[in-house]
Design a protein around this ligand. Structure first.
Ligand SMILES: Cc1cc2nc3c(=O)[nH]c(=O)nc-3n(C[C@H](O)[C@H](O)[C@H](O)COP(=O)(O)OP(=O)(O)OC[C@H]3O[C@@H](n4cnc5c(N)ncnc54)[C@H](O)[C@@H]3O)c2cc1C
Length: 377
């Protein structure tokens, strides 16, 4: 390669690779991002862009880790707020960050019980429990059957495709080198220390390698990830629009969510499917999403179908991401963020910058809980 030897090679140009490259460049390290397609080609551009740790605390996968996810998520959401400001000031780039708030709703019966449990798990996290009438007062398009709700005023949203473009532009402006079409075939480790990577017949060396290959991380040869096995979990999204915008807040309930942009665009999601790397959008997937969306807001039945897509969330065995040293010296992992990769990207970048460059992180960061070596036998 023509450029000088980098300090850090990042494998994968999704939100993890791009965020981490930007963060490390800002610390004065030279980075190269190797992306087999183009930056943001996969899950990171398909995401809905919810920054909602309090709402996500109700998801079954979070049950054993609510405290960890809330702490990391709230920290990361505020890092997003600061980063969005910085991108606007320094680069005149708007990523659609908005403190829109979120509401989790229940229709009675089992989901009302689940809402109670969820509200208890939010102790110490800003939230308000409402009855159905109060919820509809704040969000008039909510279905008449909504019996109770949790209002989360600090949750936010952004537009993932704008974020990915902005991160790549800002990282490049700071000196990062992006190589599109570069498939990493192997991570090279010698005598317990990372040497670099192999791209086809080419050996690229660096002091550090960060593997951020999303749902494909476990497929990168040279990583010993068998026990942690990052696996793809397909998620489908259906896009529509309404005038006026159907909701102000992110709405969670009926087994999914509705995300409304201020201009009336609406994303409804999603499915969670273990179907390997099959990229289809299915009729069954669309049906379940349309059902949940119109259950939350009957008005959406009149909305035009505009688009649909799917991608793969990188799931892990215990529902927590793998962020930190991977075992061999100077080999790092930034992957396995499942439903919350957009949310957790800035915190992940901080944790990797902490490991590589000694950047300070808050004392109470639960870094040991996301340490990839927790799976070492
Ligand atoms: C439908 C859906 C909705 C979602 N909504 C949200 C949301 O609202 N909020 C939220 O926080 N999260 C959300 N997520 C989750 C989020 O999208 C992911 O957790 C996150 O994007 C993962 O980022 P990543 O960089 O790890 O992976 P990816 O974005 O998948 O990037 C990995 C990159 O690595 C590249 N790559 C793979 N192998 C190689 C190789 N060998 N060599 C070179 N490059 C390689 C790929 O081409 C890819 O570009 C959603 C996900 C889905 C599917």
């Amino acid at each position: 390669m023509s450029e000088a030897r980098p300090d850090v090679i990042l494998v994968g140009g999704g939100v993890m690779g791009c965020s981490t490259a930007l963060r490390l460049q800002r610390e004065g390290l030279k980075t190269v991002v190797l992306e087999r397609s183009v930056p943001g080609a996969e899950a990171s551009s398909a995401a809905a862009g919810m920054l909602a740790p309090g709402a996500e605390a109700g998801h079954p996968v979070a049950r054993d880790h609510v405290g960890t996810l809330l702490k990391l998520g709230a920290w990361s959401r505020e890092l997003h707020a600061a980063q969005a400001e910085w991108l606007r000031e320094e680069h005149q780039l708007d990523i659609g960050f908005r403190r829109c708030g979120a509401m989790v709703v229940a229709f009675g019966g089992d989901d009302e019980h689940a809402l109670d449990v969820h509200a208890k798990a939010l102790a110490g996290y800003p939230h308000e429990v409402l009855d159905g009438a109060a919820a509809r007062e704040r969000e008039p398009s909510l279905a008449a059957g909504v019996r109770a709700a949790i209002d989360l005023p600090e949750e936010a949203q952004l537009e993932p495709r704008l974020l990915l473009r902005a991160l790549a532009l800002a990282a490049e402006a700071a000196g990062a080198v992006f190589r599109s079409g570069a498939v990493v075939h192997e991570v090279l480790v010698e005598s317990g220390r990372v040497r670099g990577v192999r791209v086809g017949g080419e050996i690229l060396e660096a002091d550090h390698v960060v593997v951020a290959a999303g749902s494909w991380t476990s497929l990168v040869p040279g990583l010993e990830l068998a026990a942690a096995g990052i696996h793809p979990v397909r998620g489908q999204i259906v896009a529509t629009q309404t005038r006026p915008p159907v909701f102000r807040r992110l709405i969670f309930g009926a087994g999914g969510y509705v995300v409304t942009r201020p201009d009336g665009r609406v994303l409804c999601g999603s499915t969670e499917e273990r179907v390997g790397y099959r990229r289809e959008v299915t009729l069954g997937g669309i049906r379940s999403i349309v059902d949940l969306a119109t259950t939350l807001a009957p008005r959406l039945a009149e909305a035009p179908l505009q688009d649909q897509w799917s991608s793969f969330r990188p799931g892990t065995a215990d529902g927590l991401p793998l962020v930190g040293g991977a075992g061999p010296e100077n080999l790092w992992l930034a992957s396995g963020h499942f439903r919350n990769g957009i949310l957790l990207a800035p915190a992940t970048a901080e944790l990797i910058a902490h490991g590589i460059a000694g950047v300070a992180i808050p004392d109470d960061t639960p870094e040991h809980l996301v340490d990839p070596r927790r799976f070492a036998s």
